[in-house]
Design a protein around this ligand. Sequence first.
Ligand SMILES: Cc1cc2nc3c(=O)[nH]c(=O)nc-3n(C[C@H](O)[C@H](O)[C@H](O)COP(=O)(O)O)c2cc1C
Length: 202
Amino acid sequence: MNVSQAIKARRSIRKYTDQEVTAGQIGEMLEAARLAPSGLNAQPWRFKVIQDQKEIAWISSEASKGQRWVGRAKAVFLCCVDLGRYMEDARASVRFLKDSGVLPPEMQAGIEEYVQKAAGAPPEVLRYAAATNCSIAITQMMLQAVELGLGTCWIGMFDEQSIKDRFSLPDQMAVVAMLAVGHPAEDPGPRPRKELEEIVLS
Ligand SMILES: Cc1cc2nc3c(=O)[nH]c(=O)nc-3n(C[C@H](O)[C@H](O)[C@H](O)COP(=O)(O)O)c2cc1C
């Protein structure tokens, strides 16, 4: 399966069989996330893998605003960003980018100032930037899952604080999404999409 085929075959899957998701499959999805691009190569994503069926059942209740279908998933990734280390990692990464000569000369001068400014941005701006990066990693995980014959569904509707409390996530760890995974027990057709003319600005 090539990337184009995976993109076309992916669906949000909300029904799963009883077949387990293996450690190897989880590992391949995490590797797909790890290789994702990120601004300043800061890689703010962190993942907690939940496979305990009791915990998944708990997630499917109030924590996901009553999304009962989640209870049948064989794994749920808590997709987080570490806001405590975000800027520190960005700075270290910028040093590498500069020293290794990856950055074009015209970027060399301005990049430190850019990072300095970013570090002073309000927390919600940093969270937004980190979440954008994490979303790219999650997208890669979803596409990798397709190749593995797995179904995934992004869970954006959840109560962040109760997830953090339940799984003892530290304050600086923001939960930006959850990703349910399992072997598909449904084969839905494509969901509606806007026409190309609607999304391409003239
Ligand atoms: C940011 C985001 C949040 C989402 N949150 C939920 C959710 O909480 N529950 C759910 O069942 N589906 C959720 N979805 C899945 C969307 O409903 C789904 O992607 C959309 O309907 C298109 O269908 P498709 O993924 O099969 O193409 C979410 C998707 C995204 C990208």
